[in-house]
Design a protein around this ligand. Structure first.
Ligand code: CP
Length: 333
C-alpha cells in the first residue's frame, strides 16, 4: 500500500486501492484546511526539500503550504543561483541536500525520469512534481479528488480531456488514475497533439472536440505547451481557439451540470474562453485549494502513516489534537 512506499513517481505505478486511500486521506486534510488554525503536527521533526529545476507557481507553493500545514521543516532549491549553473550533476546536488538530513524530496525537472533516478539513488522519499512530458501524479490526484467531490464518484464518469495530450504530463497522470478507477475517458485535440496508439491506455479518441464533450460529466482542458513543442504543430493560436478552444457554446453539448477543469496556467482565449474559465461550471480555483490537501495526504502517507480505514485508532483529523506523538520517519531502504 501507499504507506509502505518510499516514493510517489507516477499514477502508472499505483494500484486503484492506493489511489483511493490517498483521496480518502486528502478528504480529512481538506477539513483541516477549513479550520481557523489549519495546521497539524503530523510531520514535526521531518524536513522536506523542494527541488524545482523548472518553472512552477501552483505546485511549488502548494507543496510548500502542505509541508508547513503538516509542521514539516522545508527548504527550497531553484536552479537559478544554485551550483547547477556551475556544472553540478543532479545526483550530486541531491546527495548534498540529503547529507543535510532531508527526509522527503519533491522534484520537478524537465527530463522525464529524473525523479526515478533520484529515487534509486537516495534514501529519502522522492515525490514527482512533474517530469518533462511523462507524469505529474499529484496534479492527476488533485484532479481526480476534485472530480470525486463534485460528481460523487469516479467509476462510470464520462471525462473528456481536450488539447495537447502529447506534451501533457497532466493528461498522462489523469488517464492512468481515471482508467484505474473505472472512469470512461475520451480525448480530443489536433492530430499532431494526440500520441500514436493512445487507445492502448484505455481511452477513446474522438474525431472532434464536439464529439468528445457530448454528454460529458467533466471536461478537463489542457494547456497548449508551446515551450515543449519543437516544431509548429498548429497553424496559429487563433485557429486553435476556433477549432479546439472550449467556449460556452461548445460546452452546451456536455451534461447541463458539467464540471470544467484546467490544471493551469491557462492560455485564456486559446484553449479556454474567458467566460468558461470564470463561469459557473469552472472549478479551476477549487482544484488549486484541493491540491494542498492532496499533497498533504501524499506527504503524510509516504512518511509511513496509515490512511483512514487502514486503522481504527488514528486518522489525520484525530492527529490534529495536541496529544499527537512523535512523527514517523520515512521508511529506509
Ligand atoms: N498545474 C501546474 O503544474 O502548475 P504549475 O506549473 O504552476 O506548478
Amino acid at each position: 500500500m501507499i504507506g509502505q512506499r518510499k516514493d510517489l513517481l507516477g499514477l502508472e505505478d499505483l494500484m486503484a486501492e492506493e489511489i483511493v486511500s490517498i483521496l480518502d486521506t486528502a478528504r480529512t486534510f481538506r477539513d483541516v484546511l477549513d479550520r481557523p488554525i489549519p495546521k497539524v503536527p503530523s510531520l514535526r521533526g521531518l524536513t522536506a526539500a523542494n527541488l524545482f529545476f523548472e518553472a512552477s507557481t501552483r505546485t511549488r507553493l502548494s507543496f510548500e503550504l502542505a509541508e508547513k500545514r503538516l509542521s514539516a521543516d522545508t527548504v527550497h532549491f531553484q536552479t537559478t543561483g544554485s551550483s547547477v549553473s556551475k556544472g553540478e550533476t543532479l545526483k550530486d546536488t541531491a546527495r548534498n541536500i540529503e547529507a543535510m538530513g532531508i527526509h522527503l524530496v519533491v522534484i520537478r525537472h524537465t527530463a522525464p525520469g529524473a525523479p526515478h533516478y533520484l529515487a534509486r539513488n537516495l534514501d529519502a522519499g522522492v515525490i514527482n512534481a512533474g517530469d518533462g512530458t511523462h507524469e505529474h501524479p499529484t496534479q492527476g490526484l488533485l484532479d481526480i479528488y476534485t472530480m470525486r467531490e463534485r460528481r460523487g464518484r469516479i467509476a462510470g464518469l464520462r471525462v473528456a480531456i481536450i488539447g495537447d495530450v502529447t506534451h501533457s504530463r497532466v493528461a498522462r497522470s489523469n488517464i492512468w488514475g481515471l482508467t484505474k478507477l473505472g472512469a470512461s475517458v475520451t480525448i480530443a485535440g489536433p492530430p499532431t497533439m494526440i500520441p500514436a496508439e493512445v487507445e492502448r491506455f484505455g481511452v477513446a479518441v474522438a474525431k472532434s472536440v464536439d464529439e468528445a464533450i457530448e454528454g460529458a460529466d467533466v471536461v478537463n482542458i489542457l494547456r497548449i505547451q508551446l515551450e515543449r513543442q519543437r516544431t509548429i504543430l498548429y497553424p496559429s493560436l487563433r485557429e486553435y481557439a476556433r477549432v479546439y478552444g472550449i467556449t460556452s457554446e461548445r460546452l452546451k453539448r456536455a451534461k447541463p451540470d458539467v464540471t470544467v477543469m484546467h490544471p493551469g496556467p491557462m492560455n485564456r482565449g486559446v484553449e479556454i474562453a474567458q467566460d468558461v474559465a470564470d463561469g459557473e461550471h469552472s472549478v479551476i480555483l477549487e482544484q488549486v485549494t484541493n491540491g494542498i490537501a492532496v499533497r498533504m495526504a501524499v506527504l503524510y502517507l509516504l512518511a509511513g502513516h496509515k490512511a483512514p480505514g487502514e486503522t481504527a485508532a488514528e486518522t489525520p483529523a484525530m492527529e490534529a489534537k495536541p496529544t499527537h506523538g512523535e512523527p514517523s520517519l520515512p521508511p529506509r531502504r
